[in-house]
Design a binder for this molecule. Structure first.
Ligand code: KG4
Ligand code: ZN
Length: 361
């Protein structure tokens, strides 16, 4: 049995061990080449993202091989810039954290191999991180008050859509996920359908400002308590366009119609996302409800959540939009909390497998 004294001693040692700890984070799971240096899991010293948005805007979505080639070009300069901006060097870095999945395999491999090489050459502990837990931990970055458990986090991005209960650090219970498309994917596809650019989320949000959210009553997919489904909504927009006799991909669509569809679609997505997050936070007696991932940048989603959440549950999201979308600071933050829990687990050199289907557990 562990005594109070021994556990205090251990906690003290751990704090000493991890004070002023610098983690280099590396993220290449999709179309952003990113590296960051974070101190003690919360303080961002640098956060560099080389975005490929312009490259993929031409095709209206990410072409995996194009993304991977661009990561190869950018990975070394991006890591060098992250170290330079943080005014540090690899010798001063305590550990390296890298996204191991989920994501595009060809993209993940670039970051994973870069991290493994640096860890081997510079003899640094190497920490594999799940991209979704990265988004969850973005809410620990640059916060004046540390989050309090239990927490329910809704991570909503282009590639994932999960409702997760955290009772303590790195302890995840996935309550529900999407049964088909993620919300961000639906934003991107619907934007394309009504003639807006890529990525669709910010474009729809902008167009929706001038539209009527009640103009077209689109379906809300409640499915199960905690799961999500957005493919039916996407199809409903397609049928609506057909009914209105507009060809998809749409020069012919007026700004007014675009704005009304964008607003109606955004309303349908945000109502469902916010309701499920709030219901889960109440049900699991959470102290805080968090929004994370690219779609958490959406101001209507933030408004819906604020409106529905009881005042005793604190709402958190990243005010800084660049921490909602893919970045490496969030990967470094997870790296810190994982390492702090079990430093011996992360060897100076270890092989990490890039897994496109990595699940959170
Ligand atoms: O987290 P993220 O950067 O990458 C993935 O892990 O997928 O999320 C990207 C997604 C895209 O689908 C994009 O359209 C969406 O986040 N997004 C938004 C907004 N900003 C980005 N969706 C709705 N409203 C926004 N303001
Ligand atoms: Zn992401």
């Amino acid at each position: 049995m562990e005594t109070c004294n021994s556990s205090n001693l251990r906690a003290k040692k751990l704090t000493e061990y991890t004070k002023n700890m610098l983690i280099l984070g590396i993220e290449t799971s999709c179309d952003e080449t990113a590296a960051a240096v974070v101190k003690d899991g919360t303080q961002i010293l640098s956060n560099v993202v080389a975005s490929q948005i312009k490259l993929h805007a031409k095709t209206g979505g990410v072409v995996p091989e194009v993304a991977a080639r661009e990561h190869v070009v950018k990975i070394v300069p991006v890591i060098a810039e992250a170290l330079r901006k943080a005014k540090t060097t690899l010798s001063e870095i305590d550990a390296i954290a890298v996204t191991a999945g989920p994501g595009l395999l060809s993209s993940l491999l670039i970051g994973v191999n870069a991290a493994m090489t640096l860890a081997a050459v510079h003899k640094k502990p190497l920490i594999p991180v799940n991209h979704v837990e990265g988004h969850i931990y973005a809410n620990w970055l640059s916060q004046t008050i540390a989050p309090k458990f239990p927490i329910v986090t809704l991570t909503v991005s282009g590639g994932h859509n999960d409702l997760v209960l955290l009772r303590s650090h790195c302890n995840y219970k996935v309550l529900g996920s999407t049964l088909d498309d993620a919300a961000g994917e639906a934003f991107d596809k619907v934007a394309r359908l009504i003639g807006l650019g890529y990525p669709g989320g910010p474009e729809i949000q902008k167009a929706a400002l001038k539209g009527d959210p009640n103009k077209y009553p689109l379906p809300r997919a409640w499915v199960t308590d905690w799961d999500f489904s957005f493919s039916g909504l996407k199809t409903a927009v397609l049928y609506l366009m057909k009914k209105l006799h507009k060809t998809p991909h749409l020069q012919a669509v007026s700004y007014k119609l675009q704005a009304d569809i964008a607003a109606s679609f955004q309303e349908a997505v945000c109502e469902v996302l916010a309701t499920k997050l709030v219901n889960a936070a109440i049900k699991f007696k959470a102290k805080e409800a968090h929004l994370a991932g690219g779609v958490s940048a959406n101001s209507r989603l933030r408004e819906w959540t604020k409106k529905l959440l009881p005042p005793e549950i604190r709402l958190k999201f990243c005010e800084n939009i660049s921490l909602c979308t893919d970045n490496a600071a969030m990967i470094a933050a997870v790296g810190y909390f994982k390492y702090r829990q079990n430093p011996k687990k992360y060897k100076k050199w270890q092989s990490i497998i890039a897994d496109p289907n990595l699940v959170l557990h």
